[in-house]
Design a protein. Structure first.
Length: 259
């Protein structure tokens, strides 16, 4: 494809943003600007979870993140490294010259940056929910890469919840347009992953990332050629997902073998 596409990426300091930059660079479609937002303070997240989910659920989610995740990362380190090597998933930082740091993706600074760079496409990976005024500040489509099959697995950890619900036909990754909802935008592409007995909570996302990068690239190509077309989702039901609690995760592992 000879069309030059001006791409801006909105992301946090995570693995998905790093690999989007690297993947598009390798395919001759470099990203012009990366707007990287700061992490939300943990105390703020915890207070919101208490308000929304209740004290004990919020505590269980925190315990899962501070106890289970580090342990799983150690146990499954060989599998993690093997997936990264096989699929060229990188931990290398985004080049500093591309990055503009902001406190939040919804800061007024971001509107100014988008007006300055005039992107053809705005990619989104792992940010806060984008407010309507930001979506309205540019004519470019905002395209999100999501670790789950929407709209049934909106929110977080879509592959894990699909396996918990014995629903492998909806265990995968989605690329979709961003609207004012939470992962409710029109689907542009979806594909499934097939976790093995050697996979767990900490490797599902790597399998999703590997498949999702190609979907995202395809969507950007389509946008550049003015043939971006929403498609029917693999599922019709809709549900917003959150993090598992430590006790729920342990029960699913020990009782049902879902790691």
């Amino acid at each position: 494809m000879n069309t030059v596409i001006n791409i801006v990426l909105l992301t946090g300091d995570g693995l998905w943003g790093k690999n989007i930059v690297a993947y598009f660079e390798q395919r001759g479609m470099p990203i012009s600007c990366v707007i990287c937002e700061e992490r939300v303070p943990r105390k703020s997240i915890f207070r919101r979870r208490i308000k929304k989910l209740g004290f004990w659920t919020a505590c269980g989610q925190v315990l899962f993140q501070i106890l289970a995740i580090p342990l799983l990362n150690r146990i499954y380190r060989p599998r993690i490294e093997r997936i990264k090597a096989e699929h060229q998933i990188t931990d290398a930082p985004i080049p500093k010259q591309l990055i503009h740091h902001v406190q939040s993706v919804n800061d007024a600074t971001v509107v100014t940056l988008l007006q300055k760079f005039k992107p053809d496409v705005v990619l989104v990976a792992g940010t806060r929910i984008i407010k309507p005024n930001l979506l309205a500040c540019s004519m470019a489509p905002f395209i999100n890469i999501h670790a789950g099959i929407t709209p049934l697995y909106r929110g977080v950890h879509g592959a894990y919840w699909a396996l918990v619900e014995r629903n492998p036909a909806a265990c995968g990754v989605t690329v979709h347009l961003v609207d004012e909802g939470i992962d409710t935008g029109a689907v542009l592409g979806q594909t499934l992953i097939t976790p093995t007995a050697h996979d767990s909570f900490v490797t599902y996302t790597l399998l999703q990332l590997k498949e999702g990068l190609q979907l995202l690239y395809n969507a950007v190509q389509a946008a550049g050629e003015h043939r971006l077309t929403p498609q029917a989702s693999l599922v019709q039901q809709s549900k917003l997902r959150s993090h598992p609690t430590l006790w729920f995760y342990l029960w699913q592992w020990l009782r049902h073998g879902v790691k």
